[in-house]
Ligand binder design. Structure first.
Ligand code: NAP
Length: 289
């Protein structure tokens, strides 16, 4: 049966990837894309009016303030969008009996221990971004029973100039050396691979919280070196601590996510981050070369 999918925050990286991957996979779905101009997720009346009119089967909450620095500087905005926005969409999902998918983050963990975090580990966010996203997760659990909370990490995709890959590609058009954080660890994750995973997940009843990242772990220097190499440029990557690094915000240094639950359920088919990066750079090469 044809599925009706509402993507809130559709102009961002995951919104774009969901559209691309739905089309590529031939999913039988009508997609309703909205961003701030069409439906501001912080406006409960607007959210409910849209949901009542359209009656979606699935709601994706991709609307967020994702810049860690902006969240620190504007806590009210961060909570309003990341927490209250998620609450509003969860209430709409409950009322229309839709499934809801909330995108969340590794920043819900404190990063103190040097071991990857799985879905049953205690959360303890250290940043306003992480706290506001965790508040959003809690609202979704409270108001919408049919939920998927998908935590991911270091996402790169079309629809953002701010992602690490695009920032490095832009910088190496003119610079011959870059100062990159050697003390930040993560699993770079392609928005396309994540979107494909979620589009399969919404066709099931397997609700709950999942960690979904590409396979493998690296630090920001290793990530940057791979980007430079794949771009075919001769640029020196100089390892520095986060506080002296370009393109990195002050945040916990080791919040690697373990795809524990999807692996346990035999559903973890995410590609390695290097394969996913290679595919992404091929996709956007015409823009940068
Ligand atoms: N990027 C990552 O590395 C990463 C990692 C883990 C989890 N996530 C989560 O994944 C989700 C999507 O991330 P992304 O990378 O696709 O983010 P993104 O590229 O920044 O896209 C977010 C979109 O939401 C829109 N938005 C902001 N406030 C809104 C509002 N009040 N009403 C409606 N739309 C609004 C933004 O519009 P403007 O651009 O106009 O603000 C933007 O189009 C977020 O929940 C994020 O927390 C991201």
């Amino acid at each position: 049966m044809r599925m009706k999918i509402w993507i809130a925050g559709a102009k961002g990286q995951l919104g774009c990837a969901l559209n691309d991957m739905a089309e590529k996979s031939g999913l039988d779905a009508e997609i309703l894309n909205t961003d701030r101009e069409e439906v501001d997720v912080t406006d409960i009346a607007a959210v409910l009016a849209f949901a009542r009119e359209e009656k979606p089967d699935v709601i994706f909450d991709c609307a967020a303030v994702t810049d860690v620095g902006v969240c620190e500087a504007q806590a009210e905005l961060a909570y309003k969008v990341n927490a209250v926005g998620a609450r509003n969409l969860a209430i709409a999902a409950h009322e229309t009996n839709a499934k809801i998918v909330l995108l969340s983050t590794d920043d819900v963990f404190n990063g103190i221990r040097q071991v990857p975090y799985h879905e049953f580990d205690e959360t303890d966010p250290m940043t306003i971004y992480g706290r506001s996203k965790l508040a959003g997760e809690n609202y979704v659990k409270e108001f919408a029973y049919r939920h998927f909370i998908i935590r991911s990490n270091w996402v790169f995709g079309r629809g953002s100039d701010r992602n690490f890959v695009n920032q490095i590609l832009k910088a190496i058009e003119t610079k011959k050396e870059l100062y990159i954080a050697v003390d930040q660890y993560g699993s770079p994750t392609s928005a396309n691979a994540l979107a494909s995973f979620m589009l399969r997940m919404i066709q099931t009843e397997g609700y709950g919280t999942y960690h979904v990242t590409c396979d493998g772990v690296c630090n920001r220097c290793e990530f940057a070196k791979e980007i430079v190499e794949l771009a075919g440029k001769d640029v020196k990557i100089i390892p520095v601590p986060t506080m002296k690094a370009e393109f990195s915000s002050a945040r916990p240094t080791y919040t690697v996510l373990d795809n524990f639950l999807t692996r346990a359920l035999g559903q973890d088919d995410m590609p390695t981050w290097i394969d996913a990066l290679e595919e992404y750079i091929e996709e956007i090469r015409p823009i940068f070369s």
